[in-house]
Design a protein around this ligand. Structure first.
Ligand code: NDP
Length: 260
């Protein structure tokens, strides 16, 4: 990256919540941003609003439909929608430049007590939260390492540090992200910095997709009272990325001030 060129940041799960607030914050400081998600209308509206230097690219970090159809999975490449991500990476390289920053944010939190009935939920969480982040990083790695100065930001969770009854598989995906991030950090330093962000409760749509009805009611109630906003998290991410290259913020755990 030349010192004159705006940095290019790619954000997965950019159609709502933390993933929407982050490109807004980065664009305001001069970044070019690529918004990736499945809800095309939402990312297109955000990109239109941001204007020059913002690009909406419909993309699925993993193809859940195929995953549930697969009965004999012998190779993870069988079940990921790598083609749509590879096309997205090429499109944004051609339209706004080489990727300097990848923010692996896409995720679902399908909480509920452990039960074989929730197996589809478990599959989705593993395939989106964990395998989706890994696959997206694979696809963008060449761009991120093309020259020194890259950043990877992985959005984990307090659940990546503290498991609780009812969040086992969600926590497993976030513990997985934490372990993988630390390994990646050591492999890619010093040219690419890897940062782990672990938020507590943030007011977003995250509980909307919970399928276990009692859990959904309880968690929605909790999220309705949430005080930390996606903008708070976006500000922390922007701060982290703005540090001089000799300083790498490896991990940030942040909670609402009143969260246990
Ligand atoms: P939102 O539900 O608002 O955002 C989730 C985003 O993920 C959406 O933009 C959604 O877009 C995207 N997404 C889901 N599945 C896929 C997929 N297969 N491919 C591409 N994008 C996908 O919730 P948050 O902003 O809260 O969540 C963002 C991240 O923050 C998640 O990883 C979550 O685990 C983490 N987090 C959130 C906390 C909170 O309290 N809110 C706390 C700790 C961590 P679309 O459906 O359009 O594809």
């Amino acid at each position: 990256m030349s010192s004159q060129s705006p940095r290019v940041a790619v954000i997965t799960g950019a159609s709502s919540g933390i993933g929407e607030a982050t490109p807004r914050a980065l664009h305001a400081t001069g970044y070019r941003v690529a918004l990736l998600a499945r809800r095309t209308d939402r990312i297109q509206a955000i990109a239109n609003e941001l204007g020059t230097g913002a690009l909406a690219i419909p993309a699925d970090v993993t193809d859940v439909t195929d995953v549930t159809d697969v009965t004999d999975v012998t190779d993870v490449t069988d079940v990921t929608d790598r083609d749509s991500l590879t096309a997205a990476a090429q499109q944004l390289h051609d339209e706004i430049g080489n990727t300097d920053v990848l923010i692996n944010n896409a995720g679902v939190m399908l909480l509920g007590p452990f039960s074989p009935d929730q197996r589809d939920d478990y599959r989705q969480m593993i395939d989106i939260n964990l395998l989706g982040a890994i696959t997206t990083t694979e696809v963008f790695l060449d761009q991120l390492t093309a020259s020194p100065g890259g950043d990877i930001v992985n959005i984990s969770s307090v659940a990546g540090r503290t498991a609780r009854a009812g969040n086992g598989v969600y926590a497993a995906t976030k513990w997985g992200i934490n372990g993988w991030s630390e390994s990646l950090r050591q492999e890619l330093l010093p040219d690419v910095r890897v940062t782990l962000i672990e938020p507590g409760v943030v007011a977003t749509e995250l509980p909307n997709h919970i399928t276990h009805s009692h859990t959904k009611t309880a968690i929605t109630d909790l999220y309705d009272k949430a005080t930390v906003t996606p903008e708070d998290i976006a500000e922390v991410i922007a701060y982290t990325l703005s540090r001089p290259r000799h300083l790498a913020i490896n991990e940030i755990l942040l909670r609402p001030a009143d969260q246990i």
